[in-house]
Unconditional design. Structure first.
Length: 577
């Protein structure tokens, strides 16, 4: 049997001539021939017919779970994607992978599993698709780590694939104002500061999450969904649809048809996820004021597909791309409100018309980015969510990469423009997130402090926890403009304030963060892109002579394996370098 692919043009993005066998490049090995009768026998039990064995097989990776509202509806979306595949001449096979809830794990030991779950998701999708011989793949993700996990798996497999975003949640409502999960975290700080009563805290808790969908600001889920669409791996509009909507169901159906088109033309992730595609993703993240987690995840995805990308690329692109979206956490509006005025597609058109996006990049539609968005209508007049280029929220990118004696290989700050560009203060040092949060809530953190949270990096945590609880407590206590926070951990997309994360080298491996003491002066200058502790090189060296690396916190299980394998944050915290 000839399974060799015949190429029309051996260049990325070209249309390739396919035969029936090559359209089933992987599944034919599993089901064709008399010797594969046992394989077919197993598949008949799960619903295959004689006709199905002659169709391309498409795995539908569902991240459905009842552990979080972000993913509670994705089983239904997977069924819609299955219908789209089957009605377009393929045979869909739904399978599951895990999810964890960042919002539920936040501030606890459980949050150490969050970034680890990105690797587990990628590994599990790669494992199932690689074993079962799927010719194509659809993956549907909701909570933060689902999306990069799915895309990393698609990159490794390099089989025709489409990502579908599960969609954003609708806002909750308290006292006639839209609220979300970050509102609850900040309410905890407000309650500790006696600004709101226990009863009002309970009301906000009960009203913030009205149903299915991912957290409703420009937090990590919506950031990564937008980046993936800009990269060309989702259908136009997928990143800014409500979780509970007709549009989202149609998006899933269309993904089924699209993946069959990709299979027939042999268009693969490596044809789509090029260097220019990553530049498009970074551009959209900057324009939207997206999460610092995008830095970590885009570096990891680029590693998986073999594209050279580094943290300094965010600086280069940020210098030419303004922040245009007035979205939470630092802005006023929620994702559902952006969806109501057209979502992200008009913004993509604006950026393309401005020459800030590479319009010639191939996408999962089989067309290039320019063709996908050429007929998109502009935003309605007088809307306030997406600013014009003449009146940006900030004239350049908000994700700022810093270097200095505290971050020799880099750190990432999220500077929306409301915090100022400079902060100098006295360190108040904590060796865990829990200790820092306790001190903030009890009033030990004062105006002028730089909160230092260390041993929370990829290896030290392990797992690089998000510091949403401490940053929200600071905001709730009314210290947002008076206190900075730095860490070798990372931040939720919901964090805001003068915060710097991803400090590398991390404390656990001997980064300078490890020898900081209370009352050391820390200087953060985001205009000069510098973060330093005011100590001489000699004093830093002397302190390290009495420093001993801590023992690993876990010696068995997934966290122990992760800690041994994971690389630095400035490399994307990947585990297969």
């Amino acid at each position: 049997m000839n399974t060799k692919r015949t190429l029309l043009l051996n260049v990325p993005g070209s249309i390739r001539l396919m035969t029936k066998t090559t359209a089933r490049h992987y599944s034919s090995i599993v089901v064709d021939g008399k010797d594969r009768a046992p394989n077919r026998s197993m598949l008949r039990a799960v619903g295959f017919t004689d006709a199905d064995f002659k169709k391309p097989q498409v795995g539908v990776a569902s991240t459905w779970s009842m552990v979080t509202p972000c993913n509670m509806h994705i089983d239904q979306l997977a069924r819609e994607a299955e219908k789209g595949v089957n009605s377009s001449g393929g045979k869909a096979v739904i399978f599951n992978t895990i999810t964890v809830s960042d919002a539920i794990g936040m501030g606890t030991e459980g949050m150490k599993y969050s970034l680890v779950s990105r690797e587990v998701i990628a590994d599990s999708i790669e494992t199932v698709a690689g074993c079962e011989g799927f010719d194509g793949l659809i993956a549907i993700g909701g909570c933060d780590k689902n999306m990069p996990g799915c895309i990393i798996a698609m990159a490794r497999l390099n089989r025709p694939a489409v990502f579908v975003y599960g969609g954003t949640i609708l806002p909750g409502c308290h006292k006639s104002k839209n609220i979300d999960i970050v509102s609850v975290f900040e309410a905890v700080g407000s309650n500790a500061n006696k600004k709101i009563s226990d009863q009002e805290l309970k009301e906000i808790e009960c009203e913030a999450i009205p149903g299915p969908g991912s957290c409703g600001g420009m937090y990590t889920a919506n950031t990564m969904a937008s980046a993936i669409e800009a990269m060309g791996m989702s259908l136009p509009g997928s990143s800014s649809q409500a979780a509970v909507s007709r549009e989202k169901h149609l998006d899933c159906r269309a993904a089924g048809k699209a993946v069959l088109n990709l299979i027939s033309r042999n268009i693969r992730p490596k044809d789509i996820m090029t260097r220019k595609a990553f530049e498009n993703a970074i551009t959209v993240v900057m324009a939207l004021g997206g999460s610092t987690n995008a830095v970590l995840h885009l570096l990891a995805i680029a590693h998986s597909i073999g594209v050279k990308l580094c943290i300094d690329d965010f600086t280069t692109i940020g210098k030419r791309v303004p922040v245009l979206a007035d979205l939470k956490p630092s802005g006023r509006f929620m994702m559902a409100e952006l969806t109501a005025i057209g979502g992200g597609t008009p913004l993509m058109k604006m950026l393309m018309d401005r020459g800030l996006l590479h319009g010639d990049c191939l996408t999962v539609t089989g067309k290039n980015l320019r063709d996908n968005y050429k007929s998109v209508k502009p935003y309605p007049k007088h809307q306030e969510i997406i600013r014009s280029f003449d009146d940006p929220i900030k004239p350049f990118g908000h994700l700022v990469v810093l270097y200095g004696n505290l971050a020799v290989t880099g750190a990432v700050a999220k500077i929306s423009g409301k915090e100022g560009d400079y902060f100098a203060g006295k360190a108040i040092v904590f060796d865990s997130e829990e200790n820092a949060l306790d001190a903030i809530l009890k009033g030990r953190v004062k105006k002028g402090h730089v909160v230092v949270i260390r041993y929370e990096g990829p290896k030290g945590g392990p797992g690089m926890r998000e510091m949403l609880s401490p940053t929200s407590a600071i905001m709730g206590k009314g210290l947002g403009k008076d206190v900075a926070l730095i860490t070798d951990g990372r931040f939720s997309g919901g964090s805001h304030g003068f915060v710097v994360g991803h400090i590398s080298p991390e404390a656990f491996v001997g980064g300078t963060l490890a020898i900081i003491k209370n009352n050391d002066t820390i200087i953060i200058d985001t205009a000069k892109r510098v973060i330093n502790v005011d100590l001489s090189a000699g004093e830093i060296s002397r302190r390290f002579k009495s420093w001993n690396a801590p023992k690993p916190r876990y010696t068995r299980g997934v966290l122990a394996k992760y800690a041994k394998q994971v690389t630095s944050a400035h490399l994307g915290a990947v585990t297969d370098l």
